[in-house]
Ligand binder design. Structure first.
Ligand SMILES: [Zn+2]
Length: 302
């Protein structure tokens, strides 16, 4: 089943609901970064909500970037999604397998930590991206996004997100997310209805695991929901050898010379997808040559 995002409204326009199924893309992330279960659940949750947030983007190449660092063992988590549904990201330590002793569940909060911030950068087509930063609440990701929407975007929201991992295989069994947002005109009844939904609903990854689609989850929770839009989302990194060649051309000349002289080449790994690109000594010499030409031109024509 292809991962997708569904946008709907319900309760006569008092709420906006966005739901995603992200099982495939989180599994691709797991394979790209060789992640253990708790790291996989942590990054998978962030990827899922970031995919939902990017549905606000008007342009296909406009990006939403979420960066979380709670000073826990997971280190920094970064997720990026664009208006076309491409999602990618990485986690500082992909090798975590922490289980909460009381609940027996993967302990995402302990992996992420709570002593830090979540920052969201949205490219809304203005000169500078919109950036919102909030303190982390629990490191469990869902609560942290709920707080972010309230504090930074002034939108009362409920965020549910989850990743189920098969043990011992470590592959992703089900992943998804749900963001319910109250519109400014919401009545008391609508607010009460949503509060009741969030209290009684199952974890969203359980619905996905039962085979429910995002629209089925929405209509189960909000029988009067009107579907507004649906899109495919996928794990995709747009890195390329050309991209890293132009990054190398920005490196100091002395460093390029050292790579040529001592290493006879260079290997660069993409942080987002783990793919490695090799540059031969010849290719580095070409980049150095171009670099020198640009520097010469700058000297002649400052
Ligand atoms: Zn990449």
């Amino acid at each position: 089943m292809q991962d997708k995002l569904v946008i709907a409204e319900a309760l006569e326009g008092a709420v906006r609901i966005r739901a995603v199924r992200t099982t495939q893309l989180v599994e691709e992330a797991r394979k790209s970064h060789n992640m253990m279960p708790t790291s996989c659940a942590a990054l998978g949750r962030v990827l899922s909500v970031t995919a939902i947030m990017a549905s606000d983007m008007k342009e296909d190449d406009a990006k939403t970037v979420v960066t979380i660092n709670g000073h826990g063992p997971a280190g920094t988590i970064v997720a990026q999604a664009d208006g076309a549904g491409n999602v990618r990201g990485f986690i500082g330590d992909p090798g975590l397998y922490l289980v909460n002793e009381k609940t027996g569940k993967l302990d995402v909060g302990a992996a992420v930590g709570t002593n830090g911030t979540m920052s969201v950068s949205k490219d809304l087509g203005l000169k500078e991206p919109f950036v919102g930063v909030v303190d982390l609440v629990s490191g469990e990701i869902g609560d942290d996004f709920t707080y972010y929407f309230a504090a930074s975007e002034q939108t009362p929201s409920a965020v549910a997100v989850g990743v189920l991992v098969n043990i011992p295989g470590c592959d992703v069994r089900a992943a998804g997310g749900l963001v319910i947002q109250m519109m400014p005109n919401a009545s008391e009844e609508a607010i009460e209805y949503v509060e009741n939904v969030t209290k009684t609903m199952k974890p969203v990854s359980n619905y996905i695991d039962e085979g429910k689609t995002p629209e089925e989850i929405i209509t189960l929770l909000f029988p009067d929901a009107k579907l507004l839009d649906e899109r495919e989302i996928r794990w995709h990194c747009d890195c390329s050898k050309e991209h890293f060649a132009s990054a190398l051309s920005l490196v100091q000349e002395a460093d390029l010379e050292e790579m040529i002289r001592d290493d006879h080449g260079a290997e660069i790994t993409c942080q987002y997808c783990g793919k490695t690109y090799s540059f031969t000594e010849e290719e580095l010499k070409e980049i150095l040559e171009k670099h020198r030409n640009v520097e010469d031109r700058k000297r002649l024509d400052p």
